[in-house]
Design a protein around this ligand. Structure first.
Ligand code: HEM
Length: 410
């Protein structure tokens, strides 16, 4: 056991709400990998922290989602009566085949490598516009003024959300992330989530009406038409999956850009290297995904008795949280100093997009958005400095790892 791990051995193995964990979960992951690679939390879920176990669990068809039983185990009976959780139970992300296959099949074409590559000029224009708006000020919040605008505008384009409606999405507090965290929520948090869900539904119902009257070349029109067909998806599934696409389309990518920029500025040698060799950008994006993933965990449930994994006997019905951020720093997969940011690292295979049949639908889109955003920022504002790289303000969420604000000047 290394020195750092021994020194912190008295701390609880997993406390995802502690401020120390939120600001830097990686020492806790190292302890888990070394001491309890399949750790059973008080919420009755195993935490898989080793790269090989995570890779296996995500791809093995003996594991599924079984969202309702996992959620009831975590929050108690009655939780599936809450509108927001009922809605989440219709997400493709929480479904097993055949429903998962049917729902994903309805939208998958919009995310092919070719389709997202065609979006590059539009992505470039949004990024340039974001910089034009603030360039003369000499300072900005890299989250609100830069990282956030791009994925929100792109997903609004893809969903056919009219320009004049978008302002509500820019103004809204981003509080929904707590719902995904593997800890019980307070009544007040559930009420707040239900309220947010109700507001989203009210908006999307209006959007569905609009796209029924005025069809467009967008995902909402496609899904509304599939619903009208009668056999392809229900109204509940339509609402839930539009909300999923909207949230998944931006809450994650904003953090890839934010976490990537912070990591670069904390490692000035890597920042200088990337400025001098822009052709390293694609590899750098893979390294940002690995180094500080914007999604830290995704869950599975054993659909049958599995046998031993990471020293524990996994039985039918057992819930497993795959710690993607830990798998990405496992020395067994990255023997060459996994805690170092190295944009020239070879054979990076981040687990950040999950795996198997649920592998992130927006992975290629997120990569292109981050590539265009970060390379344009380095080129257009080469003297940009982040005000505080030592103590930046993290959002208090665990599954979605990202910054509240990241003020910078040039
Ligand atoms: C850096 C950015 C992103 C990260 C780190 C990320 C991560 C993930 C992860 C971990 C999963 C779950 C996979 C699993 O359980 O195995 C997922 C699923 C999903 N993601 Fe992403 N995502 C990102 C961006 C996006 C974008 C831009 C979109 C859409 C525009 C998107 C849409 C989805 C959808 C629809 C699913 C559910 C897929 C399914 O269940 O079949 N994601 N993503």
């Amino acid at each position: 056991m290394n020195e750092a791990i021994r020194n912190t051995a008295a701390q609880p193995l997993f406390n995802p709400l502690s401020p120390d964990f939120i600001s830097d979960p990686y020492p806790a992951y190292a302890r888990l990998r070394e001491t309890e690679p399949m750790y059973l939390t008080p919420f009755k879920a195993y935490l898989a922290s080793r790269n090989a176990d995570v890779a296996m669990i995500l791809r093995d068809r003996r594991f599924g989602k079984d969202f309702a039983s996992r959620t009831i185990a975590r929050h108690g009976p009655g939780i599936m009566e809450e509108p927001v959780f009922r809605s989440m139970s219709h997400w493709m992300l929480t479904q097993d085949p055949p429903d998962h296959t049917r729902l994903r099949g309805l939208v998958v074409k919009a995310f092919t490598a070719r389709r997202v590559e065609d979006m590059r000029p539009r992505i470039q224009a949004i990024v340039d516009d974001s910089i034009d708006r603030v360039e003369k000020n000499g300072h900005m919040d890299l989250i609100a003024d830069f990282a956030f605008r791009l994925p929100v505008i792109v997903i609004c384009d893809m969903l056919g959300i009219p320009e004049q409606d978008r302002v509500i999405f820019f103004q809204r507090e981003r509080t929904g992330g707590r719902l995904l965290d593997p800890v019980p929520l307070s009544r007040a948090e559930i009420d707040e989530a239900n309220e947010g869900h109700k507001n989203s539904l009210a908006y999307f119902h209006k959007l569905f009406e609009l796209r029924r009257r005025e069809p467009g070349d967008d995902l909402t029109t496609q899904l509304v038409q599939a619903e009208e067909d009668g056999s392809k998806l229900t109204n509940d599934e339509l609402c839930a999956n539009i909300i999923l696409l909207f949230g998944a389309g931006h809450e994650t990518t904003v953090n890839l850009i934010g976490n990537g920029l912070l990591a670069l500025h904390r490692n000035p040698d890597q920042l200088a290297l990337l400025k001098s060799r822009p052709e390293l950008m694609q590899n750098a994006i893979e390294e940002f995904l690995r180094y500080d993933s914007s999604v830290q965990t995704t869950g599975r449930v054993a659909l049958e008795d599995i046998g031993e994994v990471g020293g524990k006997e996994i039985k039918k019905g057992d819930a497993v949280l795959c710690l993607l951020g830990s798998a990405n720093r496992d020395p067994a997969a990255y023997p060459d100093n996994p805690d170092k940011l190295d944009i020239t690292r070879q054979n990076i295979r981040p687990q950040s997009f999950g795996g198997g049949i649920h592998f992130c639908l927006g992975a290629q889109l997120a990569r292109i958005e981050a590539e265009v955003a970060i390379s344009t920022l380095l080129r257009r504002l080469p003297n940009l400095k982040i005000d505080d790289v030592v103590n930046p303000q993290w959002r208090p969420t665990f599954v979605l790892r990202g910054l509240k604000t990241l003020p910078a000047s040039w």
